[in-house]
Design a protein around this ligand. Structure first.
Ligand code: UDP
Ligand code: MG
Length: 339
């Protein structure tokens, strides 16, 4: 049966948090008096997360589990949850309780008021290091500056999306995913609701600096050609500099004699500087080429090892029957295991 709300939560090593997470989601959603499902995606957890999820699914039929064959990353886990969700509104929420499940009720209010995407805006972040807060803030502002898509400031993936947005999102099978940008790209009526981002309930962040940088690179390359375009400015600047230098050196040599800029040191420094620029821009081009390569291989986004709690129709069927325009259905058909 199709529920009104689908709550989609990616899970990676959250065994300690999951029971409380489930309870708070359940209590919040029950208070709406409407039907709901909780789709949890196990993104290759190494702890007891899977057994905990399965036992939750056993006691409550509204809890459904998609179990990945390995860790595919947060954005892909969210994507799988969206693929499997059946509700009229789909809510994305982290399972570490940093996004309070009670805020879902505020999102629902705006959805009922006619908005198709309601994203939760972090008005305050608690329990995160100064470094994380500052880098995250700088990152959002930078993205905002250089991308053409309207990506709201200080929002994560915590959001509610109407079915019609979800249908479009399911067709966007790009491998380097930045979901908050993708929903911005889709459009429809969007609005934000403020909330206070809480500290993690247990465990620690799986987004260390290295992953954050990779994520930022995905976001930038997926939504902007800015890094490619700054090359033309650099080239212009260096060209002008070269002309000026040419004139200055000629004048100096003619008027003051031949000793000006005679040494090799100047040449070496300039040469190194220029090669450094060139290498940097080759790197940028490489970033785009690598992503093009990644897309052309057209591998499935994720591999599902098992599922629990879903009715027998796999999402692949739903996708291919999504009507015209669904050019990229999920290529793998998830196995259904009934336990
Ligand atoms: N997560 C995931 N796969 C990963 C890393 C994280 O499914 O490879 C989940 C994690 O369980 C959590 C959410 O994604 O529910 C956000 O991750 P995390 O809390 O580590 O990120 P942060 O909130 O620090 O940005
Ligand atoms: Mg978190």
């Amino acid at each position: 049966m199709k529920p009104v709300y689908s709550i989609v939560a990616p899970v990676y090593n959250e065994a300690k948090t999951l029971p409380l997470f489930y309870e708070r989601v359940r209590d919040s959603l029950n208070s709406t008096g409407e039907t709901w499902e909780l789709v949890m995606v196990n993104d290759g957890s190494r702890d007891e997360s899977l057994p905990v999820m399965l036992s939750l699914a056993q006691t409550d039929a509204r809890v459904k589990v998609v179990n990945f064959a390995r860790n595919f990353g947060h954005q892909v886990a969210v994507t799988a949850g969206i693929d499997y969700a059946t509700g009229s509104a789909v809510v994305l929420i982290d399972s570490d309780l940093q996004d309070p499940p009670e805020v879902i009720l505020d999102l629902i209010v705006q959805w009922k008021a006619g908005f198709d995407v309601v994203y939760a805006v972090r008005t305050k972040r608690e329990g995160e290091t100064w470094f994380k807060r500052t880098t995250a803030k700088a990152f959002y502002r930078f993205i905002y500056q250089i991308t053409e898509v309207n990506i709201p400031l200080d929002t994560g993936d915590f959001r509610l999306m109407d079915e019609k947005v979800v249908r479009v999102l399911r067709q966007m099978r790009e491998h380097n995913r930045f979901i908050r940008g993708m929903t911005g790209w889709i459009g429809f009526k969007q609005t934000g609701v403020g909330y206070i981002r809480k500290p993690r309930h247990a465990g620690e962040t799986k987004y260390p600096l290295k992953k954050m940088i990779g994520f930022a690179a995905d976001a930038i390359t997926s939504f902007s050609f800015f890094p490619l375009q700054i090359m033309i400015y650099m080239s212009g600047m260096l060209g002008v500099l070269a002309v000026i230098a040419g004139i200055v050196i000629s004048v100096l040599r003619i008027t003051r004699g031949g000793e000006y800029f005679g040494g090799q040191a100047t040449t070496i420094v300039v040469l190194l500087l220029l090669s450094s620029f060139q290498m940097f821009f080759l790197f940028i081009i490489g970033q785009y080429v690598a992503r093009i390569y990644d897309e052309t291989r057209d591998r499935p986004l994720y591999v599902v090892a098992s599922t629990q709690g879903f009715e027998l129709q796999p999402p692949a069927t739903r996708l291919s029957s999504a009507g015209p325009g669904s050019l990229h259905p999920i290529t793998q058909v998830p196995e259904q295991t009934t336990t």
